[in-house]
Design a protein around this ligand. Structure first.
Ligand code: BMA
Length: 332
C-alpha cells in the first residue's frame, strides 16, 4: 500500500533498522537500546513512563510522567538533542492557571503533547475529585498554562487531534469509573474553543475475546492520531484480563479523515505486547503503553514512545506503509 504521512520531514527521527533476526510477525520492532529512559533519571523519581515526545527547535522536547519516591504522580518537562538521551527537570511543571477560580490539580499522569495551530497543547489525566482530562499549553516548554478540564470525572485517557476537523478541535477520550476500570470504549468529542465539548460519538469498543483477546477488556487512544493519505493512523492500547491481572498491549487502527468516529480498519493481532523483561517486570507488570509517536513525512518512518511496566520508557520503530498494510490485511 502506498501511503503518505501528512507531516513535515523529520530527518533526525530516532531510528534503527529492523533486526535481521526479527521474524516479522509485527510491523513494529523494538530499539536495541531499550529502555531509553531509566526510572531514576531525575533526583526523586520512582519511575518515568507513559510520556510524550515531540520535535522541537531542531531537537526534541517532551512532557514526562514521573512518579516520585512518595509515589505521587506528576508531569515534568524535558529536552533531548537526539530523542534518545534525555534531560528531565527534577521538579514537576508549575502550571499557571488561565483563570483564578480554576480548581487545583491533585495529581497528573499519562501526558500527551500535540501541536495545533500555533501552540503545544498538553493533555493529561488530572486529579479533580477523581480522574478527569486536563488540558494546558506551552510555547517554549518552560512556561505552561492550565486551561479548564475537558471532562468531568471519571475519565483517565485523553488525546487531542493535531488539527481542527470540520472547523472544530477534536479529542478522543475513554470515560471510566472511579477505580481501575474493567471496561472502556474510545469516544470522540469536538469543541469550537477547547473549553466546551460536545457532539460525542462512539469510536470503538473492546473486541470479543474469541476474536482478539489482547483488546477484550478495554481500549484507549495512544499517541495523537497521525494524518495519512488513508485516514488517521491511531495507535491504541488494548487490555486483557488474565488470571493475574491486566495486560496492556498495543495495535493500531485507521479512522476516517472527516468522520474520525468511523473506523476504517483495526488490527486483530497486537503489534507490541509485553514480552521483554522491562515490559514484563516493574511496578505494574505486563504493561506496554504508547503515549507519543514521531513521524517523518519524507520517509514514512515512525518512532513510538511507550511506557513499560509503569516503570521506564522505551522506543519502537515502524514504517507507515507496513503498519497500514498490516491493519488492513489483519483487520478485526
Ligand atoms: C492505565 C493507566 C496507565 C497505566 C496502566 C497500567 O489505566 O493508569 O497510567 O500505565 O493503567 O497500570
Amino acid at each position: 500500500m502506498s501511503i503518505l504521512i501528512n507531516a513535515s520531514a523529520l530527518p533526525n527521527i530516532p531510528w534503527e533498522p529492523r533486526p535481521k533476526t526479527d521474524r516479522g510477525s509485527s510491523p513494529l520492532w523494538r530499539y536495541s537500546g531499550n529502555p531509553v529512559i531509566p526510572r531514576d533519571l531525575t533526583a526523586h523519581s520512582n519511575s518515568i513512563f507513559n510520556s510524550a515526545v515531540v520535535p522541537f527547535k531542531g531537537g526534541f522536547a517532551g512532557v514526562f510522567r514521573c512518579d516520585d519516591t512518595s509515589r505521587r504522580m506528576n508531569i515534568h518537562a524535558g529536552t533531548s538533542a537526539n530523542g534518545i538521551n534525555w534531560s528531565i527537570e527534577n521538579n514537576p511543571i508549575d502550571f499557571i492557571k488561565c483563570r483564578d477560580d480554576q480548581p487545583d490539580s491533585e495529581y497528573k499522569y499519562d501526558p500527551r503533547v500535540v501541536f495545533v495551530d500555533d501552540k503545544w497543547y498538553v493533555i493529561w489525566c488530572n486529579g479533580y475529585k477523581g480522574p478527569c482530562i486536563g488540558l494546558g499549553y506551552t510555547d517554549d516548554f518552560k512556561k505552561f498554562y492550565m486551561m479548564e478540564n475537558v471532562t468531568m470525572p471519571f475519565n483517565r485517557n485523553g488525546v487531542l487531534f493535531p488539527r481542527k476537523i470540520n472547523g472544530r478541535y477534536a479529542m478522543l477520550t475513554r470515560p471510566s469509573d472511579s477505580g481501575h476500570t474493567p471496561f472502556g470504549d474510545i469516544i470522540y468529542s469536538e469543541s469550537p474553543d477547547l473549553e466546551f465539548w460536545g457532539r460525542h460519538r462512539h469510536v470503538m469498543s473492546p473486541a470479543h475475546f474469541s476474536q482478539s483477546a489482547w483488546q477484550c477488556t478495554k481500549v484507549g487512544a495512544g499517541p495523537a492520531p497521525i494524518e495519512t493519505s488513508e485516514g488517521w493512523l491511531l495507535f491504541y492500547h488494548g487490555v486483557l484480563t488474565s488470571c493475574n491481572g491486566f495486560v496492556y498491549s498495543f495495535g493500531a487502527a485507521l479512522l476516517d479523515l472527516d468522520k474520525p468516529w468511523q473506523v476504517i480498519a483495526r488490527s486483530r493481532p497486537y503489534m507490541i505486547a509485553p514480552q521483554e523483561s522491562y515490559e514484563l517486570c516493574g511496578d505494574v507488570p505486563n504493561v506496554a503503553f504508547p503515549c507519543a509517536a514521531l513521524a517523518d513525512g519524507a520517509t514514512g518512518r515512525l518512532a513510538i514512545y511507550y511506557g513499560c511496566a509503569d516503570t521506564v520508557t522505551s522506543l519502537a520503530f515502524g514504517m507507515v506503509d507496513e503498519v497500514a498494510d498490516f491493519i488492513t490485511r489483519n483487520a478485526l
